[in-house]
Design a protein around this ligand. Structure first.
Ligand code: UTP
Length: 275
């Protein structure tokens, strides 16, 4: 049973400046809740009982936010990434927390599904356990024209109903993409990932990429699998303004209390524009 998750929230969020000049992007509200609260709710609904936040400078509001958490069962722990040297480096900060057990990694800026009702992590845990996997990644089908923005998996077949991953290609153009399956913000790792992260060299920006460490697992012959998100579990990536705005509008329109009012207001606005 996998009961632990790591939520990296130490990135600088430079694509969301100036909104992120002094506050974390993970605390930006999407309708009524900050992004990261959806992530935590989703993890709790998938049986996760302890969560380690990997935080950094200017991120204390995240700790404050969860002080008075409504979730009675989830326990929160915090550690820091000295400087934001990439997602791989952030996961490395979880080594002591993880110990000898497998664990989930959930990006603190990515919501799965409109009400964060996704059961993807539970399906990933099942695949991990049934296949003696070293790693399972969530993937989402993206348009061919957009493969250059994501880590894309090269599938090698299906084993016990799960897609086996032969390789990961970082941001391939449409002509080079081995599939349209993009890594989508949720991972499960065996502790072997730490040794692989240590062997990854920093990229041109000085960042240690998590996908490079997973690719090392693939080339070492370890079992890596992909679990596809359903359309209802689509990923909202609050990493740039276009997708942040989309997430905010969709969640606000679907709000049980204020949604109808907002729909009516927008309908009137568009009616005026259409005249
Ligand atoms: P991104 O790659 O989107 O984050 O990380 P970023 O570096 O904050 O964004 P830009 O490029 O400057 O706009 C995805 C998740 O991983 C965390 C981020 O906080 C985010 O939740 N992360 C990223 C870390 O914890 N540490 C890092 O060094 C990088």
């Amino acid at each position: 049973m996998i009961r632990s998750a790591v939520v990296p929230v130490a990135g600088l969020g430079t694509r969301l400046l100036p909104a992120t000049r002094s506050q974390p992007k993970e605390m930006l509200p999407v309708a009524r809740k900050p992004v990261v609260e959806y992530v935590i709710d989703e993890l709790a609904a998938n049986g996760i009982e302890q969560i380690l936040f990997v935080t950094g400078r200017n991120k204390t509001s995240i700790e404050d936010h969860f002080d008075l958490g409504e979730s009675a069962v989830t326990k929160f722990f915090y550690t820091r990434q000295g400087s934001p040297r990439g997602l791989g480096d952030a996961v490395l900060a979880a080594e002591h927390f993880a110990g000898d057990d497998p664990f989930v990694v959930a990006l603190g800026d990515s919501i799965l599904g409109l009400h964060a009702k996704s059961q993807a992590v539970s399906r990933m845990i099942e695949v991990f356990e049934h296949n003696a996997a070293a790693c399972v990644v969530a993937v989402e089908e993206v348009p061919l024209a957009e493969t250059g923005q994501y880590g894309i998996v090269a599938p090698s077949g299906v084993e016990n109903g799960a897609v086996r991953v032969a390789h990961l290609i970082e941001k391939p153009g449409p002509e080079k993409a081995p599939s349209r399956l993009a890594i989508a913000g949720r991972y499960i790792f065996s502790p072997r990932i730490f040794a692989e992260i240590r062997r990854v060299e920093a990229d041109q920006r000085g960042e240690i990429q998590l996908t490079d460490a997973i690719e090392r697992m693939c080339t070492a012959g370890l079992r890596v699998y992909a679990v596809q998100l359903t359309p209802e579990e689509r990923r909202y990536d609050v990493g740039n303004f276009a997708s942040y705005f989309e997430a905010f509008v969709e969640f606000a329109l679907a709000d049980p209390v204020h949604g109808a009012e907002l729909q009516e207001m927008l309908r009137k606005k568009f009616e005026v524009l259409a005249v």
